[in-house]
Ligand binder design. Structure first.
Ligand code: ADP
Length: 502
């Protein structure tokens, strides 16, 4: 009979074979051996259990450490991100602060702030949009309201010019014409100054007879010049092409301003309007303009300042001569927008010279040349029928008289609806279409006419200053051009002649 090895050793050591052969002793030894064996088993189970829990403990500790590392890294990344978003964030928590709850509540606060900011921004944007809309509506309404009566004045002057007048009356009429045109350009200045500030001006491309143009500028300033004992001279290069293409209104604004400043700051002196040909290629003409005077001059240190907004060289000057200090700012901006720069040379008590070079395109239109060479008599629309769509009676009268002077047949319509009917029932060569009219406006009328007639030229008439937007819309709707009221008879004739090829 085999016993537990430890018991076997003890039996060998302490029991004699006789004692071992006794049955009760053997029964006792068997029980003891069983106890040994079960003790061994229990011990192994306990040891195993202990080993397993130790391993688990190690693994759990390692997991925890890893998680802690990740957490620390996330917190520091989070802090970094918060700091880059908000430079004031470090005041809210320190570098050592690893309280995620604190950071999260800080973030919550930030998100709320951002949401509020977003709301405020949306409100501000809506407000700004409304303000911009109100401003552009105001500009459009004002430009219409102011230009309508002015249109009537300029139109009347033009009609009077067709009459036989005494030389004195002609002279007075010229002064009236120039002054009303000045008033018009002043209104244009004020109305589109904001456009200019935003750099949104689009420069028109029209034929300009430079010499004729300079003479007009001289004429416009003549009365003031004479009052101050000044003489205005034009010095003009003979090789300058007769016509160039550019924005006559803007060029007029620049030159008029410079000449009127020269007149204002000179007494018993001379003002020279100098134009030289700088460069001439097939497509491009560069002209150098200089306005020179023998007036009070501008001190060196003030010479760059006078181009700033609302700045004048000397406050006493303002009292004596008036002015807003805006003129040179507008000129500088207008030239910059045409890639040109204005310069000044001046000496106190000697005089001033303002000069710049401006690029123009070469003119390709021959109508103007013809009109110029043969005078107004060449304007001939005999045999042509023009539909004039206009609601303001005075405008109708002016345009109708102009057209009749050119021997055109004129059909009238007081609004778009009547115009559509007239086109259906008459043979019309060209339509002059006002934009703003009651019952049906010019845009809608054009759309309706284009449903059944694609070929008849339609020219938009607008009293708005900012014609470029209107022109784009007019063309998009099927119109063929745009004339701004009050129209210059030459411009009106040129566009009509171009569209119906007379
Ligand atoms: P305004 O003439 O309306 O005051 P400008 O911007 O045209 O504004 O001119 C700014 C200032 O520059 C004038 O007030 C004047 O001090 C000075 N200035 C402009 N042109 C001349 C000139 N030809 N001679 C002397 N000073 C001039």
């Amino acid at each position: 009979m085999a016993y537990h090895p430890i018991l076997e050793k003890q039996i060998e050591k302490f029991l004699s074979p006789e004692t071992l052969s006794s049955e009760p002793v053997q029964a006792l030894l068997q029980n003891i051996s069983k106890s040994y064996t079960s003790f061994d088993r229990d011990r192994k189970i306990t040891e195993h259990a202990f080993e397993v829990s130790e391993q688990e403990y190690q693994r759990a500790t390692k997991d925890l450490q890893e998680q802690n590392n990740i957490r620390q890294q996330s917190i520091s990344k989070l802090k970094e991100a918060i700091r880059s978003l908000d430079p004031n964030a470090p005041q809210e928590f320190s570098d050592e602060d690893d309280d995620l709850i604190h950071i999260i509540s800080f973030l919550e606060k930030q998100i709320l702030n951002t949401k509020q900011l977003e709301k405020d921004l949306i409100n501000a944007k809506e407000y700004a949009e409304k303000a911009a809309l109100a401003k552009s509506e105001f500009l459009s309404v004002m430009s219409h309201e102011i230009r309508t009566p002015l249109n009537a004045i300029i139109g009347t002057i033009m009609l009077l010019q067709y009459q036989d007048l005494l030389p004195d009356q002609k002279e007075l009429l010229n002064v009236m014409e120039i002054s009303s045109e000045n008033l018009l350009s002043l209104i244009n200045d004020v109305l589109d100054f904001s456009k200019l500030e935003e750099g949104k001006i689009i420069f028109a491309e029209r034929n300009i007879n430079i010499l004729h143009f300079l003479k007009n500028i001289k004429m416009a300033n003549r009365v003031k010049a004479e009052e101050k004992g000044n003489l205005i001279k034009i010095i003009f290069d003979d090789d300058i092409p007769e016509f160039v293409v550019g924005d006559d209104v803007r060029l007029g604004q620049i030159l008029n301003n410079l000449v009127s400043n020269a007149v204002k700051f000179t007494k018993d002196g001379t003002i020279i309007i100098r134009v030289e040909l700088k460069k001439s290629t097939k497509a491009d003409v560069a002209l150098y303009f200089a306005i020179e005077d023998t007036g009070i001059g501008i001190p060196k240190e003030k010479q760059s300042l006078i181009f700033e907004r609302f700045t004048q060289a000397n406050n006493n000057i303002t009292r004596e001569f008036g002015g807003s200090g805006l003129g040179l700012t507008i000129i500088k901006r207008l030239l910059q927008l045409q890639e040109s720069e204005i310069y000044i040379e001046s000496e106190l008590g000697v005089g001033s010279k303002f000069f710049f070079t401006l690029h123009f395109k070469r003119s390709t239109t021959e109508i103007r040349e013809e009109a110029k060479q043969h005078g107004d008599l060449k304007f001939n629309l005999a045999g042509k029928t023009i539909l004039l769509v206009e609601d303001v009676e005075f405008n109708v009268m002016i345009a109708q008289r102009m057209l009749k002077n050119w021997h055109a047949e004129v059909v009238l319509a007081e609004n778009g609806e009547v115009a559509v009917e007239k086109v259906k029932n008459n043979t019309i060569d060209l339509i002059l279409m006002d934009i703003q009219m009651p019952i049906m406006d010019g845009y809608t009328a054009t759309k309706k006419i284009r449903e059944f007639n694609h070929s008849i030229p339609i020219i938009a008439l607008t009293a708005s200053v900012i014609t470029t937007d209107i022109e784009a819309k007019a063309i998009q709707l099927g119109m063929n051009g745009c004339v701004s009221k009050p129209f210059n008879p030459n411009d009106l004739y040129a566009i009509i002649a171009e569209k119906i090829s007379v």
